[in-house]
Write a protein that binds this ligand. Structure first.
Ligand code: ADP
Ligand code: MG
Length: 706
């Protein structure tokens, strides 16, 4: 048995198991070894049915006496229900939405159920427990005291996985350890071979912990290696140096309708220092919603266009791109040389100023716009990801007139999308200014932004009042609506956020009953606010409709905008001071914070009114944190502390596994990984002496960047 050999070569597998393995992406013995258990069960946790009490989290073992599959909730939802008995009593278990359970479990099976015991009408039961078919307790784990538990998938059981994985452990010694031994020694981490055994077949829970720590370290270490290498490669690139005279920049900035905050000034100064260097800037501007990132971006744009170069500004949505297009027009039309500005999205191309009316922008064809960008006539191009199409070329024979790329709300783009704009299309690499309002914990920033220099905009413009956030009980709707009414009567406007666009589709099994934008807007207009103009905004509308709705709201023609979380990203209507959020538990904390950010744009007292459909303890705790957190960073740290991955997006958003997220709870560990990665890159930039590390990094690039 070798690590690279196929599972099928080493074990008898039936077609169902083969299908399940394929679904899990497990092909080789090595894949199996790296398929880690989600948790462990200790034997001591098991109980007899008679001794169960409500709230117990435990394992019971018994024989299946009854097995039913039924439909409930207007016959839409499948429920599988079984009863098991041991010598002491009978316990029920139910699974929702899992009709296949009935196929897996049949009467007479011996089964172990692990879950939480609840008390219902028919007595004690477990809901959605994990289960395992076994013959006897002794068969559970070859006498081991600790049992790894893997997620069950149709086709393979945790037990079967445990069996094949433990048999495969013999191949662990043949997998080379990519972490240099000195590092393992220094941080007292187990070798790869030991760690695989510890995690898959621990004798003590402590061993499993040590193994998890190693794998968590490894993941963070690899990501940092990859980022630092990227950074180092970028620093070897050539760029267009921007020597914008400080007086000119100063004069431009003083034309703004406000004074820059100290934080903004620092950010502008950092950028100015960066763009004078020999290598391209890679800076991340991280500032809470409303901290004024656009003004900083505009100052940076000035540095490039006043030197005669071009700027590309990429925003995640068409609404935002259009909004920035008009802001840029406002700022840059003050200038004597009035640079031309283009807008490029998949549905809309515009140019400012129009030939006919120099005060306004005009629609033009995409071909025309691209031509003007290519011949340099348009120095500022704003758009969505349409900007990264190959057809978009910037001026200059060698293509090197694009001096600066700005990416707004950069977390909304995939890493590939981000780097493709920032990458070298010619001899010179443009400077990169990335912006984000997603506050993330320091450890995560250190890890995933290891290739960027970080500037925090940790100060809101003067005169902003903190948002008054209040959670309302369902029966307090009237009072929430009264607050909205009185605000609108004094001239303000309101957002009402619903989790859905349409009513749930009754044909779908998993119908969720949450308020929808369309229905709610109708209800509000008919029953609550007949006197106010109400409009809607959601992601399924045509770009043109969206823009019209937004414009109407901006011009204060509509008073209430009922919307989905599409408004979460960067929409700026300073007169809107009140936001009511329905079904708040359906949004992540960071997202709620972004939504709330929509109303800290002006000088009036802002309000955030929150309704939650669930009143569970977890929901209440999260909402409490939402109320009391002073800023987004605090919320992000809170999120990390209570759940690790989850709302921070976990694996998907940041390219980090749940295990890796565990490492992020530990600042020391993250810093250690970074120190070691930095040392290696500094001594051996091409990783000539670390071929295995190099391979790992390349592989992780394939995983995360393409
Ligand atoms: P974000 O950082 O969320 O992108 P914006 O750039 O959209 O924030 O700025 C939010 C609002 O604050 C805008 O209306 C902008 O004009 C205003 N603003 C930005 N900087 C300042 C400042 N220094 N003083 C007052 N208002 C400012
Ligand atoms: Mg913004």
């Amino acid at each position: 048995m070798t690590p690279r050999s196929q599972i099928a070569e080493n074990f008898n597998i039936n077609p169902r198991q083969a299908a399940a393995l394929k679904k899990l992406g497990l092909k080789t013995i090595e894949d199996l070894l790296f398929y880690f258990p989600t948790r462990y069960e200790s034997f001591s946790e098991r109980k007899n049915i008679v001794s169960l009490a409500e709230g117990d989290k435990t394992t019971v073992f018994g024989e299946v006496l009854e097995a039913n599959i039924g439909k409930t909730w207007k016959k839409k939802m499948a429920i599988s229900e079984i009863s098991i008995g041991d010598n002491t009593g009978i316990l029920k278990a139910v699974w929702f939405h899992q009709p296949y359970m009935a196929k897996i479990i049949t009467i007479g099976d011996k089964i172990a159920l692990t879950g939480k015991v609840s008390n219902g009408k028919g007595g004690l039961y477990m809901s959605n427990p994990s289960f395992e078919k076994i013959t006897s307790y002794e068969a559970l784990g070859e006498g081991a005291a600790i049992l790894p538990v893997y997620p069950e998938t149709y086709g393979i059981t945790s037990r079967w996985l445990r069996f094949v994985i433990q048999k495969s452990l013999i191949a662990a010694k043949d997998i080379a350890d990519p972490i240099p031994p000195e590092i393992l020694k220094k941080y007292k981490l187990p070798s790869l071979k030991s760690a695989l055994i510890y995690i898959q077949k621990p004798n003590k829970l402590k061993d499993a912990e040590a193994a998890r720590k190693r794998f968590a370290f490894e993941e963070v270490f690899f990501i940092q290696m990859a980022r630092l290498k990227q950074r180092q490669e970028r620093q070897a690139d050539h760029c267009l140096k921007l020597n914008c005279p400080p007086e000119e920049l100063n004069e431009f900035v003083t034309s703004f309708p406000f004074q820059l905050t100290e934080a903004q000034k620092k950010a502008v100064a950092a950028i100015q220092a960066d763009v004078r260097k020999e290598f391209p800037m890679s800076r991340l501007l991280e500032g809470d919603v409303g901290s004024g990132k656009t003004a900083v971006a505009i100052a940076a744009t000035f540095m490039a266009v006043s030197s005669g170069y071009q700027v590309a500004y990429m925003a995640p949505t068409e609404i935002l791109a259009a909004q920035h297009f008009s802001s840029f027009i406002e700022y840059f039309s003050q200038l004597k040389f009035r640079p031309k500005i283009g807008l490029l999205t998949s549905s809309d191309c515009r140019k400012y100023p129009s030939k006919v009316n120099p005060q306004e922008a005009t629609k033009i064809s995409k071909a025309q716009l691209l031509k003007w960008v290519e011949n340099g006539e348009i120095p500022i191009l704003i758009g969505t990801h349409a900007l990264i199409e190959d057809k978009v070329k910037f001026c200059g024979k060698d293509g090197s007139s694009l001096a600066l790329v700005i990416i707004d709300e950069q977390h909304r783009f995939g890493t590939a999308q981000r780097s493709s704009l920032a990458k070298d299309k010619s001899g010179k690499t443009p400077h990169l200014l990335s912006m984000t309002a997603t506050p993330i914990p320091r450890t995560l920033a250190l890890t995933i932004y290891g290739d960027l220099d970080l500037t925090l905009l940790d100060q809101l413009p003067e005169g902003r009042k903190p948002v008054i956030t209040k959670i309302f009980q369902p029966e307090e709707r009237e009072s929430a609506y009264a607050t909205i009414r009185s605000e609108i009567e004094t001239g303000r406007q309101a957002y009402i956020i619903c989790p859905r666009v349409d009513e749930p589709d009754p044909e779908k099994e998993m119908a969720i009953l949450a308020k929808s934008v369309k229905e709610e807007a109708k209800r509000l207009k008919e029953k609550i606010f007949p006197e106010f103009e109400i409009d809607i905004l959601h992601g399924k509308m045509l770009p043109k409709e969206k823009e019209e709705a937004l414009l109407k709201f901006k011009e204060n023609k509509s008073k209430i905008l009922v919307a989905t979380s599409v408004i979460e990203v960067g929409i700026n209507v300073p007169n809107a001071t009140i936001i009511l959020i329905e079904g708040a538990e359906r949004f992540g904390l960071a997202q709620l914070h972004q939504l709330r950010g929509r109303v800290i744009r002006g000088r009036h007292q802002p309000y955030c009114l929150v309704f939650a459909e669930s009143r569970s303890q977890k929901t209440m705790e999260r909402l409490k944190a939402f109320i009391s957190a002073k800023n987004g960073f605090e919320l992000a740290e809170y999120d990390l502390a209570i759940r690790g991955s989850g709302e921070l997006g976990g694996g998907k958003q940041w390219g980090i596994s749940d295990l890796g997220m565990e490492a992020l709870k530990n600042l020391k560990m993250v810093e250690a990984a970074r120190t070691e990665a930095q040392k290696i890159i500094a001594n051996d930039p091409k990783l000539k002496n670390f071929p295995m590390l190099l391979k790992k990094i390349e592989a992780s690039k394939r995983l995360h960047f393409e």
